[in-house]
Design a protein around this ligand. Structure first.
Ligand SMILES: [Zn+2]
Length: 317
């Protein structure tokens, strides 16, 4: 590919029409790759140097920053960075950023599950933002930033970014945004949490559902709700399916007696231990045979050699 200077061009001006022609999901994925490729153009060399993009998952941009102080400062400006990315992409690409460890393959191929639900273009507040006047106090606070930083250029960029951040905060307050219940980042009036905290809460919820299933593999939704009131049948089914896949990969295809195999059957079929019969075990494990761990030379047995002939669930007499 020929090298071009893309710095001054906006994505939406460059992306050929065929991208759009291939549908919203494709275009969004394409833009996501684009954003990661042009990271330094979007956030500037300074930020790009310290915050390495790892990928986009579920509309959240994952960044790695090895410096804790800078990480905190960048985190405070998450709304700003989110806005810059979305502006560059010309559409609502991400809902927030998180800092985490370096991905093993920090690669655009890691982008997955980009939903198109948010495809509506975000309001561009840039013009309004520039009109926001900072108070003397706020301007002073920005000037105090970065005296510990030796590099003057870096300190200056940090101050600029912080001023933009303060302007955005004022603009949001004017638009009735309110602090996120968990972290204080301003969120739209209709949202209780910022995207990052909402994601964290969801992950905690899912983890607590999995915890109940680890303790009571056969639990149905009502039982899980006793421990995790926010659990829904859909969430439970999803987590159960994930755990079945995980556990199955650890159970050998010839294993019909280990605790793991029993747990798998109880989990998969919502069967309490007192209802575990040899036939249920054989039937369930046969159903999962393609997910179970199989030795290299394994040949699948015929169905009738595992499960008695006859109607489903009924033993022939
Ligand atoms: Zn938050």
């Amino acid at each position: 590919m020929a090298k071009r200077n893309l710095k001054l061009e906006k994505v939406k001006d460059i992306i050929p029409h065929w991208v759009k022609g291939r549908g919203g999901a494709f275009a969004k994925k394409f833009y996501a790759h684009w954003v990661l490729w042009h990271w330094a153009d979007i956030v500037g060399e300074f930020n790009a140097k310290y915050a390495e993009p790892q990928g986009i998952r579920k509309d959240i941009l994952h960044l790695y920053c090895g410096n804790a102080t800078l990480r905190n400062e960048l985190m405070m400006m998450q709304e700003q960075i989110t806005q810059m990315v979305n502006n560059y992409a010309g559409q609502r690409m991400i809902t927030g950023i998180v800092f985490g460890r370096r991905w093993e393959h920090p690669d655009t191929a890691e982008i997955d599950e980009i939903r198109i639900a948010h495809a509506a273009p975000e309001e561009n507040w840039g013009r309004e933002r520039r009109k926001v006047v900072l108070s003397a106090e706020e301007a002073e606070a920005a000037e105090q930033l970065g005296p510990a930083v030796q590099d003057q250029e870096i300190a200056c960029k940090a101050r600029q970014l912080y001023k933009k951040h303060l302007q955005m905060e004022k603009l949001r307050e004017a638009k009735k945004w309110h602090p996120c219940t968990d972290c204080g980042t301003l969120c739209p009036p209709e949202k209780k949490w910022c995207p990052v905290c909402a994601m964290k809460r969801r992950e905690q919820l899912l983890a607590s559902i999995r915890q109940v299933l680890r303790d009571i593999p056969w639990a149905r939704c009502k039982e899980v709700q006793e421990y995790v009131p926010l659990c829904t049948p859909k969430l439970l089914n999803e987590q159960r399916a994930i755990m079945v896949q995980q556990l199955a990969s650890e159970v050998d295809v010839n294993d019909k007696t280990s605790i793991k195999a029993m747990n798998l059957v109880m989990l998969c079929r919502c069967l309490p231990p007192e209802h575990l019969t040899e036939e249920e075990i054989a039937r369930t494990l046969y159903g999962l045979r393609f997910n179970l761990h199989r030795p290299k030379d394994y040949k699948a047995p015929k169905r009738y050699s595992v499960i008695p002939l006859g109607k489903k669930g009924k033993r022939q007499s």
